[in-house]
Design a binder for this molecule. Structure first.
Ligand code: TA6
Length: 303
């Protein structure tokens, strides 16, 4: 069972025929948004965006056909929120990779039908004894999602404690591509990156990023746009961001995907993670009473 009452949510936050709450896959409650510019689905667990489809466009976000939906479990695909650490916990091997934010309940605290025709949803992480056991620092985490011809995600960390906190974070977004072998990522040229497929060695990017095997890299000190250039779908996805100093690029390729078991047959061919993050030495220190925004906007351009 989940801690949500769908009738109450629809009464308080539903927006006529634009935004409704309903039971989604695995019985997990989702928000469904349909406006004239786009449609989207967001799971309340993890404030997890599962889909965004601009009108007249192919879906932009990839969700595994074999994604598992269950309370407390991460979902393969969409835009998982990684917080308050990225990757494995630096000291506690038993803590979940990428933090707990993506597998715990969040609450909706506002919805808006905006004047420009987009729709916004504000969600807040619900702390518990379990989250405080892994992250005792008093802090709040909110995610604002604006759904329209572009998609905005704004992850706000508020430090309500009396001491500084340091967070690692990412929107670990899976983008849908036609065939990863015909895709390149531009905008990361000449940047230093940590190559997680080659023992974490540090290298420098030469030209666009292309894919011919497992690729798992943390590009450092990167604050500008990057572009996913998809020949197969004849489109470019632009990622414009603020408050993010790292960009993570990941495709598991064949063997790793088979080991993971939830990407579906040939799933690796149709997905690419480009994650706006603060990871490795780019982690963010937030003073007492301070706050930090990790903000990004996705847009689709024809080739
Ligand atoms: O962001 C890339 C990465 O850290 C990869 O190393 C891989 O572990 C991926 O995240 C998926 O992680 P998950 O915990 O969602 O299976």
């Amino acid at each position: 069972m989940h801690p949500y009452n769908l009738d109450t949510l629809n009464k308080r936050f539903g927006l006529a025929d634009i935004l409704i709450f309903r039971e989604g896959p695995g019985g997990l409650p989702v928000v469904e948004v349909f406006n004239e510019q786009a449609s989207a689905v967001i799971a309340l667990q993890g404030a997890h965006l599962l889909q965004w489809v601009p009108s007249g466009e192919d879906p932009v976000i990839w969700l595994s056909p074999e994604a598992k939906f269950a309370a407390g479990k991460s979902v393969r695909g969409g835009a998982p929120v990684c917080w308050p650490w990225f990757g494995p916990h630096e000291r506690e091997a038993g803590f979940p990779a990428h933090g707990f934010a993506r597998t715990v309940p969040w609450e909706v605290f506002e919805t808006n039908a905006n004047a420009d025709g987009s729709t916004s949803v504000g969600l807040r992480l619900l702390h518990s004894d379990a989250t405080r056991a892994q992250w005792p620092a008093a802090s709040e985490l909110e995610l604002y999602i604006r759904i329209g011809t572009t998609l905005e995600l704004d992850l706000l960390t508020r430090n309500t404690s009396s001491t500084a906190i340091t967070i690692g974070e990412a929107l670990h977004t899976y983008f849908r591509v036609r065939d990863i072998r015909e895709v390149s990522v531009q905008g990361l040229e000449d940047l230093e990156y940590i190559d997680k497929v080659d023992g974490g060695t540090r290298k420098r990017q030469q030209g666009p990023v292309r894919f011919a095997g497992e690729l798992d890299r943390i590009y450092l000190d990167h604050g500008s746009d990057c572009l996913i250039h998809d020949l197969g779908l004849q489109r470019r996805i632009r990622i414009h961001k603020r408050g993010s100093h790292s960009t993570v690029v990941w495709n598991p390729w064949i063997e790793k995907a088979e080991k993971m078991g939830d990407l579906g047959p040939d799933g690796y061919l149709h997905m690419l993670c480009v994650e706006s993050a603060n990871a490795a030495e780019d982690v963010v220190k937030i003073g007492p009473g301070g706050e930090h925004h990790l903000w990004m906007r996705y847009s689709v351009e024809a080739l």
